[in-house]
Design a protein around this ligand. Structure first.
Ligand code: KMH
Ligand code: ZN
Length: 309
């Protein structure tokens, strides 16, 4: 049987890293659009997008901020657009899904459980910050609860259902797979589902290969053949876990949202550089990278002509 091609998702900017940590982290609409297009040209078939305040790089879930770059990305690339619904640890689920409701993308994220979600240890690495908001934002992340209750998930799924959006089910620990199974059993999500196994977030499961095998085995037991999967390793585990996942038949996610580095201790110059690296590894090890249309077919997406931007 032919081996399934590998879908590379690139997560362009996210909500964890701040401008002080890397000059490459995009936060203006121009830079988000340019880096997204370059990542697609380098081999990413899915672009996972957050928005930021163009003045100071602060995280934003304002749909207007998405409006400043979505049409530009669509004009220049055929890649699948995936809009985050998890982009703030401080807002309600209704506020977080507003961009996806307004722009009706082919994909959006769906976070599958409530958890601690912290990056406060990063604060100690930087003496000075480019912008006022950064230090408190990072330090106070030890007080954040990333809220995704069953009621929140059901509310988001019901509001988004008419848009026929495929979810990137973000699972940060093994319990989240059981949450997802429960939600499928009550009819909230339909197969084939797409699961993003996430490793290395403080508050979630750690980035060991043993844990990847455990998550995969658990998902096999719960979902049988009715699912596709991808791996996101945060920080230093990004490339190792992506490489392992691709060799296990899974898909991969890279991007500056998840790691600012291209190799140990060396900052990445761009999102595209990370995509090019994982593409090279995947191809050298005998797999083929999926085009956007191949990703659409595999994940049963509605098509780029049915989005709202
Ligand atoms: N930042 C990642 C660890 C989302 O956007 O909904 C998870 C994420 C969540 O991408
Ligand atoms: Zn994200």
């Amino acid at each position: 049987m032919a081996r399934q091609k590998t879908v590379i998702t690139c997560a362009i900017t996210g909500a964890i890293h701040t401008p002080t940590m890397s000059d490459a982290l995009p936060y203006t609409a121009d830079d988000i659009a340019a880096q997204a297009v370059a990542a697609a040209e380098a081999g990413a078939s899915v672009l996972h997008l957050h928005a930021r305040n163009p003045e100071n790089g602060a995280v934003s879930i304002d749909p207007e901020k998405f409006a400043a770059f979505l049409p530009r990305i669509k004009q220049s690339t055929d890649a699948v657009i995936n809009i985050s619904t998890g982009g703030s640890l401080k807002n309600t689920i209704d506020e977080r899904i507003a961009p996806a409701l307004r722009f009706s993308p082919e994909m959006c994220s769906m976070n599958m459980g409530s958890m601690n979600f912290s990056f406060h240890p990063l604060a100690k690495r930087y003496g000075e910050f480019k912008f006022d908001w950064e230090k408190d934002y990072i330090e106070n992340s030890d007080t954040y609860i990333f809220r995704n209750t069953f009621a929140d998930i059901e509310n988001a799924a019901n509001q988004l259902a008419p848009h026929d959006i495929k979810f990137e089910h973000e699972c940060y620990d093994v319990g989240h797979l059981y949450n997802l199974k429960f939600c499928m059993d009550i009819g909230l999500f339909k197969a084939p589902i797409f699961i993003q196994f996430i490793f290395g977030i403080l508050g979630g499961i750690g980035p060991e290969i043993d844990n990847l095998i455990f998550m995969k085995r658990t998902a096999d037991r719960l979902f049988g053949k009715d699912y596709h999967w991808s791996v996101l390793g945060a920080g230093g585990s990004q490339m190792t876990l992506a490489t392992t996942a691709s060799q296990m038949g899974g898909n991969v996610r890279v991007g500056l949202e998840d790691s600012l580095f291209i190799s140990r201790g060396k900052l990445a110059e761009s999102n595209a550089q990370q995509v090019a690296k994982i593409r090279r590894i995947v191809e050298d090890l005998g797999c083929e990278v999926a085009t956007p249309d191949e990703a659409r077919e595999m994940l049963a997406l509605k098509g780029g002509d049915r989005v709202g931007f």
